[in-house]
Design a protein around this ligand. Structure first.
Ligand code: ADP
Ligand code: MG
Length: 688
């Protein structure tokens, strides 16, 4: 960026520079984008008597009393008097020098929140400084900036003011948006917005400024969202410029599979399948996210999509995040595909070398047309003969980079396989529009018919014996149940120990039941043997850690007990609960919790109790945790938003999306300039 030549930043002393970097400031541009968190009004004075209780304001007066008192703790208490009354100011932390400074007769300006204390109006820890009778008032609101150790408010304000005063000619202050778009979307100019936010005039509506709804704030948030949209859309376009095999709709294998199913597809499944089939038939690589609540039937859609590739003699890779789920997919695909004469291969990290070598040969030679596996799929030794489609289940469980690695397995340069990602963690529209804007999204928005909703019960740990009676009764009448052990985040070993103990205890409690234990540390073969036994009804009660959370599908299991539900996250609870109520039997999910409950745990339990729709739960989860945590560390290839708030600024997001399209189409240079300003080199790691 040209503007970085002669950057004022480089003239700052190196020690301070280092501290600024901690605030994310590495140049002038980043300095001016370091925007206030709030403002203080030092443009006027209140008479002491007139400051409303609970309001922040500035007063000026003379110190008439000052002493250090020791009540419950040492504190400095002064009295300030003006023509209208007396204000008490109180400092719980203070320097000896302050006692001297606030001597009787000193004139001070005090800014703080006024409250009615024991003696009358008081302020605790106000901003307080010595002034002269003639000291001018500030003529703009005072910005308060985010700071860090070693960088004071004064330092940062000064730096920003310096840059602002000479930065007007800088390129980074230039408008990036064409006039017509500014008008159409009623956006304030960029330079004007920046100046206003750093130096707001006294008559500005302080409320709009504080709530960040002032047009100046909206412009900055818009710009940030626009950069994000531009970047996503550019990657989308860039990927579209790669070529993929056109997988035509032949439909003979697809119809053959449909004919063997005991059910017909739902309208929603048909709709998304049509979208996928049409994507596959073009020479642009598909990038589609298939969303659907737990149990909405994504797997069969994936299988039918896979058949379209296979009908065109292209291979398909299906990747799942856990061995249990991958194994289950393998079994399911095998049962569907083997009768059609399609060879299915299986790859996992824990399989024996001989078997693995055999599978690898089958894959490389193009005999195996469908390959199911865990992340073992994208190791280097795995060579596909002709990979045409990659399906990633529970995609949010994989890091961005893992997903990309599998895509690189396309056979020729400039070729990419089609890609279908599936997610049962429903991503609220705001998030998918922002963080997944580079994907096309299909949504299965209905559940297969005949499902009865799961009844959720919240039960205090002290009523455990009732729960036990219930489990026994259910199992004796031919139903199956899960007993989910508590999550212990701090230690996997402890979690395992708890699971084993729970299993032993329950075995004693239910000597008459066939019961087994499954957890993450078991060998893959053992896990799969246990799951098979459970799905064939040979195990009545399955004690499990959260390994069963994703994808596991045993329709006859209709009861689930989750211990210490208060420790689990919302999406985890929703996923777990989604394991039951899959058959015709109404599901019951018992959430055992232990008091005392934290505020957030209480809120989570209330949400999961009141709602069964995954999208609604996700929306509330997002509200509770914010997008950073919601998306999780695994997605952390993505730059998070600093200013825009996806809840509050939905309309801006819609506008940014529209403007991004217009810029890319009609003003490519403006798009470039805008991206450069906002993302700079950060744009790099979003590349294909
Ligand atoms: P998810 O979307 O959570 O991955 P699955 O694909 O595991 O859901 O499907 C859940 C269950 O619903 C499976 O047992 C599956 O066979 C069944 N299923 C899928 N589609 C239908 C349908 N249209 N009608 C009836 N059952 C269906
Ligand atoms: Mg699934």
């Amino acid at each position: 960026m040209n503007a970085l030549k002669n950057d004022h930043f480089s003239s700052i002393n190196p020690q301070l520079q280092q501290k600024l970097v901690r605030l994310g400031i590495r140049n002038e541009l980043e300095l001016i984008l370091h925007l206030p968190i709030r403002y203080e009004d030092e443009t006027r004075l209140y008479p002491i008597r007139d400051i409303p209780d609970g309001k922040t304001g500035q007063v000026e007066g003379v110190i008439i009393h000052c002493e250090v008192i020791t009540r419950s703790r040492r504190q400095l208490v002064c009295q300030v008097k003006d023509a209208s009354g007396i204000l008490f100011i109180r400092f719980l932390h203070f320097y000896p020098s302050q006692v001297k400074t606030y001597s009787i007769g000193a004139r001070v300006r005090v800014l703080g929140e006024a409250r009615t204390g024991f003696f009358g109006a008081e302020m605790i820890h106000p901003k307080c400084r010595i002034v002269h009778e003639e000291s001018p008032l500030s003529d703009t609101l005072t910005p308060v900036y985010p700071i860090t150790a070693g960088v004071t408010q004064t330092t940062i304000s000064k730096l920003i003011q310096q840059v602002l005063s000479k930065g007007h000619s800088r390129e980074y202050m230039a408008e990036t948006l064409p006039e017509t778009l500014l008008k159409q979307y009623q956006l304030l100019g960029f330079r004007e917005s920046i100046s206003l936010l750093h130096q707001p005039p006294p008559d500005i509506a302080m409320g709009l400024l504080q709530s960040r709804t002032h047009p100046a704030w909206r412009r900055i948030k818009f710009d940030e969202l626009l950069a994000q949209q531009l970047s996503m859309r550019m990657h989308y376009r860039q990927r579209r410029s790669y070529r993929a095999p056109a997988l035509q709709e032949k439909n003979h294998l697809i119809h053959a599979l449909l004919a063997t199913l005991p059910f017909g597809l739902t309208v929603a499944q048909k709709k998304v399948l049509a979208e996928i089939k049409s994507d596959l038939s073009t020479t642009s690589p598909m990038q589609r996210l298939l969303q659907g609540d737990v149990g909405s039937g994504k797997t069969i859609v994936a299988a039918l999509a896979a058949l379209q590739a296979i009908e065109n003699d292209y291979q398909v890779a299906v990747m799942a995040p856990t061995e249990i789920l991958a194994e289950q997919h393998y079994q399911k695909f095998l049962s569907w595909f083997a009768p059609l004469g399609v060879t299915v291969a299986w790859l996992s990290g824990s399989q024996k070398k001989r078997q693995r070598d055999h599978e690898l040969t089958q894959i490389a030679a193009g005999h195996a047309m469908l390959v199911v596996g865990t992340h073992a799929l994208f190791q280097e030794q795995v060579q596909f003969f002709r990979l045409g489609l990659v399906i990633v289940d529970e995609q949010h469980r994989f890091g961005v980079h893992q997903r990309l690695a599998l895509r690189q397995k396309g056979s020729e340069p400039n070729w990419l396989p089609h890609q279908l990602m599936m997610s049962a963690t429903p991503i609220p529209r705001t998030l998918s529009m922002s963080y997944y804007a580079d994907l096309d999204v299909s949504v299965i928005d209905q559940l297969p018919p005949g499902r009865s909703p799961v009844v959720t019960k919240l039960i205090d740990e002290s009523r455990r014996s009732e729960v036990i009676a219930r489990v026994r009764e259910a199992c004796q009448t031919g139903k199956q149940a899960y007993w989910v052990c508590p999550l212990i985040e701090e230690s996997e070993a402890l979690q395992l120990k708890t699971a084993v103990e729970t299993y032993e205890l329950l075995s004693q409690t239910f000597p008459d039941l066939k019961i087994n234990l499954i957890h993450g540390r078991l060998h893959a073969q053992d896990k799969s043997a246990i799951m098979t036994a459970f799905s064939q009804g040979e195990v009545q009660l399955l004690v499990a850690t959260t390994v069963i959370e994703v994808g596991v599908d045993v329709p006859n299991a209709s009861l689930m007990v989750i211990e210490h539900a208060e420790r689990m996250g919302l999406s985890q609870l929703h996923q777990l609960r989604g394991r039951i109520g899959r058959g015709s039997e109404a599901g019951i999910c018992v959430l055992l919790y232990q008091k005392p409950l934290s505020q957030i745990a209480r809120e989570r339990l209330r949400i999961i109790f009141e709602h069964s729709d995954g999208f609604e739960i996700a929306r509330r989860d997002l509200k509770l945790r914010g997008p950073g945590e919601f998306l999780g560390t695994r997605q952390s290839g993505l730059p998070m938003l600093r200013f825009a708030d996806l809840q509050q600024d939905m309309d801006l997001l819609e506008a940014a999306r529209a403007v991004a399209e217009i810029l890319l189409r009609d003003y490519p240079e403006a798009a470039q300039q805008h991206l450069q300003r906002w993302l700079g080199e950060k744009n790099e790691y979003l590349r294909v």
